[in-house]
Design a protein around this ligand. Structure first.
Ligand SMILES: O=C(O)CC[C@@H](O)C(=O)O
Ligand SMILES: [Zn+2]
Length: 493
């Protein structure tokens, strides 16, 4: 018999507040008030990913990750090399915020998955858009390549340098600029950590419109730059809808202030959309204006099982009404035999516990060995077929082939594990997975971006004309190609 655990415990209603909290750069620092541990713990013991808001302590990896340039055989483009006079310039511009110590630099050169590694010799920690502007103006003149970096939680190798690009960290740009509790519009700097922003908003009876497993480390600027999807997309829509404005520093150092806080604005091209999802290749996002929903007064989470497990969260304003609707749904799916078991949670602690089962799958997979990740948009009815076909194709050459994701969004996370990295396994997976996806007009990157690892496969999801136009836009905005090179787009032929 199904074991329904209908939890009767009700949480108190959130306290209404009409106060408009105005934060300025000179006021309290929310990111400091809400400093919390990172959600994604280190993969290898001894490798620290702590302290993205502050510099990590020295960490020694027991097994050094192979250099990206060696593993993938990439040639360095003819950018300048950082010289002593460059160092003097940056130390004068942002004293005490130029990192050159190799031990301190190590975690910023390696991605969270420990799958790609660059060899940057310099990390800069600006606090303001004006400082980012000075940095880029100088780098552009000197033809020094840069790698913008937020929380370094990306999964496609987009957030770490490929060679010796200068890392520009957003970590110290962590101030809330303003929040309007009538409109729900938050304006903040790019380096605010997603979870800190959510906690800040919850106290004001609002929430962030996005939520990710990496929330404890990822920065809102990085979320926007990669157009991160996550766990609330089905409910609140993508960042392409909720982001109302951006402040961006362009390759030549000019500051594009499109930080509008308007729900409607039809004056010309919507330039902010160019930077959403551009992965730091067109400009560095320094501030974000984002529309935040009210904190729901009633939340229900159901964890259901048949051949698959599924988590469904409902959020609304009337718990009696919400529970009645949910119970009708549950009776229906149970009676039809679609669902054989499950549990319902309304209590905060249990909701968090159930969500952590879902949020920590990525981390769990890293314990199974080397992980090959695919993030695909497919027609929902085809979603799992790819897992079955991949399993059949790879046979024993893979350890595990698993599929999970965001069913409501038609987004499959296909993950293949093996004892160690091998070119031959990679060649058995790619382009098979991309061809499979393209035959159903899917997308080869639903929400993770193309970064370094997927840039050569863009043509499986975009026509040649679109790729060409993207390359032209890139050449116009960044003629010297200094912004996050080797990422997102294949080199123009
Ligand atoms: O690790 C993955 O493949 C997916 C990561 C993330 O997008 C998730 O939905 O948990
Ligand atoms: Zn996901």
């Amino acid at each position: 018999l199904p074991r329904w655990q209908m939890n009767g415990h009700k949480r108190p209603l959130a306290v209404w507040t009409s106060a408009t909290a105005q934060w300025t750069l000179k006021q309290k620092k929310p990111a400091e008030l809400y400093r919390i541990p990172v959600s994604r713990p280190p993969i290898l013991s001894g490798t620290s990913l702590l302290g993205k808001g502050a510099l990590s302590t020295t960490s020694i990896s027991p097994k050094e990750v192979m250099l990206t340039s060696e593993r993938y055989g990439v040639q360095r483009l003819p950018f300048s090399h950082v010289s002593d006079s460059d160092l003097t310039f940056f130390e004068h511009l942002i004293p005490g915020r130029v990192i050159t110590d190799p031990d301190e630099l190590r975690p910023f050169n390696v991605d969270w998955l420990q799958s790609v590694r660059g060899c940057s010799k310099m990390l800069l920690r600006p606090r303001t858009a004006a400082e980012v502007s000075e940095i880029l103006r100088y780098c552009n003149k000197r033809k020094l390549a840069v790698n913008p970096q937020g929380g370094n939680t990306g999964l496609v190798g987009g957030s770490v340098p490929v060679f010796d690009e200068i890392i520009i960290s957003t970590a110290l740009m962590n101030q809330v600029i303003s929040f309007n509790s009538v409109s729900g519009i938050l304006v903040c700097q790019a380096g605010c950590i997603l979870e800190n922003l959510n906690q800040y908003l919850e106290e004001l009876d609002f929430i962030m419109p996005l939520d990710l497993g990496a929330k404890g480390s990822c920065h809102i600027g990085g979320n926007v730059a990669t157009n991160a999807g996550g766990l609330r997309l089905l409910r609140y829509g993508s960042l392409r809808g909720t982001v109302l404005g951006l402040e961006v520093v362009l390759a030549d150092g000019s500051i594009l202030n499109c930080l509008a806080s308007l729900r409607k604005d039809n004056t010309g091209y919507d330039l902010k959309q160019l930077f959403i999802g551009s992965e730091g290749t067109l400009g560095i996002i320094t501030a974000v204006s984002i529309l935040c929903p009210r904190k729901p007064k009633s939340v229900n989470l159901v964890f259901l099982g048949s051949p698959f497990y599924i988590l469904i969260e409902t959020s609304g304003s009337n718990s009696a009404h919400d529970e009645e609707k949910l119970n009708n749904f549950l009776e229906h799916v149970m009676a039809s035999g679609l669902v054989t078991d499950g549990t319902v949670a309304t209590e905060d602690k249990k909701i968090k516990m159930l969500w952590s089962l879902r949020e920590r799958i990525t981390e769990a997979l890293t314990h199974d060995g080397c992980v090959y990740k695919y993030d695909l948009s497919l027609p929902v009815e085809r979603l799992y077929d790819l897992v079955i076909d991949t399993r059949a194709r790879l046979g024993k050459t893979a350890k595990n082939v698993v599929g999970y994701g965001h069913l409501g969004d038609g987004n499959l996370h296909l993950n293949i594990t093996a004892e160690s990295y091998s070119h031959s396994l990679l060649n058995a997976i790619e382009p098979f997975v991309y061809e499979w996806t393209a035959q159903y007009n899917g997308s080869i990157s639903a929400e993770h971006g193309l970064g370094f690892k997927k840039k050569h496969y863009i043509q499986y999801s975009k026509p040649q004309e679109a790729v060409l136009l993207m390359q032209q836009v890139k050449a116009m905005l960044d003629p010297k190609g200094i912004l996050n090179p080797y990422k997102t787009l294949p080199a123009s032929s």
